[in-house]
Design a binder for this molecule. Structure first.
Ligand code: HEM
Length: 394
C-alpha cells in the first residue's frame, strides 16, 4: 500500500483538502471563493493529485496523519468500485459528514445507516421524480421575469439570478405559497454557515426552531404540484433538498457562462466545476486494494476535480464537451456521485437547470467563456452582458 511522504501529505492537506474546506463545503463563502479564483486553487489541487499518481502509482495513497486512516484515490476504476460498493462496506455516513450535517438535517439520508437509510433513500427517490412537479412551467414564469430584469439593466449578475432561482426552488419544493419566503431560505443559509464549522460551532437552537416552524407551516399546506404534496417523512428531508438546490443554482449559472444548453450543459458545468468536490466514504470492514489491505474505518477521499479535469487522461479536460455524455462515461466522472448513493435529486436538478438554460437562452444572448476554461470559477462574480436574442450584430 502506498504511504505518502510527509511532504506529500502536507501537499494534499494544504492544496486539496484545506482549500476545499475554506471555500465552504456546506455553503460557499464569497471572499474565499474570490481568492480561490485569483489563485486558481483547483489547478494546484489537480497538480498535487497528478504528483501523487506519478510518485505512488495507481493504488490508494494513505496520508500520514495521526488519529485517522485516510486514503486518497487516484485510479478511476477504484472510484467506480468505491461508489458501487456503497453503502456497505463503504458507508456514506462518515464521522465528518455527521458532524457537519447534524445542525440542520440530523435525520438526513446522507448520515443515516442500515434499515433507516434504505427507508429514507426510498422516500427521496420517490419524492424527487421530476414528473412530480410542473418544473418547466415554474421555471418559465420566473425566468421570464428575470429576462425582463436583465433586459432593463443590460447584464445578468449572480444576485439577480439567485433571486429568481430561489423563487423557483421554493415553488418546486413547497409550492407557490412559499415563493416569496426569503426568510426561510436565509435562515437555512445561516444554519448552513454554522455547519461549515462542523466541529467548532455550538448549535443555534433559536434559529433552527424558527426555520422548522416556518417549514412546518409550508408543509402543512401540502400544495398540489410541489414536492411537499409527496407522501413520506418529508420534514426531515426537505432541509437537505433546499440546501442542495443552492449547488444546482451555481451549476446553472456556470452553465450559462459557458453557453451550455439542456441537460448536457448542466452536466458539463458540474463536471468542470464540481459542487461536491470531495466524495467521502468510510469503510465498515478491512478492504483490499491492488493486493494490499486497508483497515476498517478508513476514510476514503475522492477529489473529483482531479478525475474530471485530468489532462493526462481526458483530451477534453478544459473545454465544454457536451458530447461526452452521449457515450459510456469514465467511471470517475461523477458530479452527482454514482452507484447506490448517486444523487437522488439528479434528474430533478437537470430538468430544472436545463429549463432555465433553455428559457434564458431563447431570450438573451450571453457571451460564453472560451477554452481553456479556468480551473476555479467564482460564480458570485459572474456578470454577463446581455443582448436580446437575435439582435446581436456580428
Ligand atoms: C447540481 C446540484 C447537485 C449536485 C451536483 C448533487 C450532487 C450530489 C452528490 C455528489 C451526492 C452524493 C454524495 C456522496 O456520494 O457522498 C448527492 C447526494 C444527495 N443529493 Fe444531490 N446534488 C445536487 C442537488 C440535489 C438536489 C436539488 C437534491 C434534492 C432536491 C439532492 C438530493 C440529494 C440527496 C437526498 C442525497 C443523499 C443521497 C444518499 O445519501 O443516498 N441533490 N448529491
Amino acid at each position: 500500500m502506498a504511504i505518502s511522504s510527509r511532504l506529500d501529505t502536507t501537499r494534499v492537506l494544504s492544496t486539496v483538502l484545506l482549500p476545499t474546506l475554506a471555500k465552504g463545503v456546506i455553503v460557499r463563502r464569497p471572499a474565499v471563493m474570490s481568492l480561490a479564483e485569483k489563485l486558481q486553487s483547483d489547478a494546484s489541487a489537480v497538480e498535487t493529485m497528478r504528483g501523487l499518481r506519478d510518485r505512488y502509482g495507481p493504488e490508494p495513497v494513505r496520508l500520514r496523519v495521526t488519529g485517522r486512516s485516510i486514503a486518497v484515490l487516484v485510479d478511476p476504476t477504484d472510484v467506480g468500485r468505491l461508489l458501487a460498493e456503497s453503502p456497505d462496506p463503504f458507508a456514506l455516513a462518515t464521522k465528518e459528514k455527521k458532524a457537519a450535517l447534524r445542525h440542520f438535517q440530523p435525520h438526513g439520508v446522507l448520515i443515516s445507516e442500515g434499515a433507516e437509510r434504505e427507508r429514507l433513500r426510498e422516500v427521496n427517490e420517490r419524492a424527487l421524480r421530476p414528473g412530480n412537479v410542473p418544473v418547466e412551467d415554474i421555471v418559465r414564469d420566473e425566468a421570464d421575469l428575470l429576462t425582463r430584469h436583465v433586459r432593463s439593466t443590460g447584464e445578468l449578475t449572480w444576485d439577480s439570478f439567485a433571486q429568481a432561482w430561489w423563487r423557483i426552488v421554493r415553488r418546486i419544493v413547497l409550492g407557490d405559497g412559499a415563493r416569496g419566503d426569503d426568510q426561510l431560505t436565509d435562515d437555512l443559509k445561516a444554519l448552513r454557515g454554522d455547519a461549515n464549522w462542523a466541529f467548532l460551532h455550538p448549535r443555534r437552537r433559536e434559529l433552527r426552531e424558527r426555520f422548522e416552524r416556518r417549514l412546518g407551516e409550508h408543509l402543512a399546506r401540502a400544495e398540489e404540484g410541489s414536492l411537499a404534496a409527496q407522501p413520506g417523512d418529508l420534514a426531515t428531508q426537505i432541509p437537505h433538498w433546499l440546501f442542495a438546490f443552492d449547488a444546482a443554482g451555481i451549476v446553472t449559472m456556470r452553465a450559462l457562462a459557458i453557453g451550455g444548453r439542456g441537460t448536457h450543459g448542466m452536466l458539463e458545468s458540474a463536471r468542470l466545476w464540481p459542487t461536491t468536490p470531495v466524495i467521502l466514504r468510510e469503510s465498515r470492514t478491512a478492504t483490499r486494494w491492488h493486493g494490499a489491505w486497508l483497515p476498517e474505518d478508513t476514510l476514503f477521499v475522492v477529489f473529483t476535480p482531479f478525475f474530471h479535469r485530468d489532462p493526462d487522461r481526458l483530451p477534453y479536460a478544459d473545454r465544454y464537451a457536451p458530447e461526452i455524455w452521449d457515450r459510456p462515461l469514465d467511471p470517475a466522472i461523477v458530479p452527482f456521485s454514482g452507484g447506490p448513493g448517486v444523487c437522488p435529486g439528479r434528474d430533478l436538478v437537470l430538468a430544472t437547470g436545463a429549463a432555465m438554460l433553455d428559457v434564458l437562452g431563447e431570450h438573451l444572448e450571453l457571451p460564453a467563456l472560451d477554452a481553456p476554461l479556468p480551473a476555479t470559477l467564482n460564480h458570485f462574480a459572474l456578470r454577463m452582458q446581455a443582448t436580446p436574442a437575435g439582435t446581436r450584430v456580428s
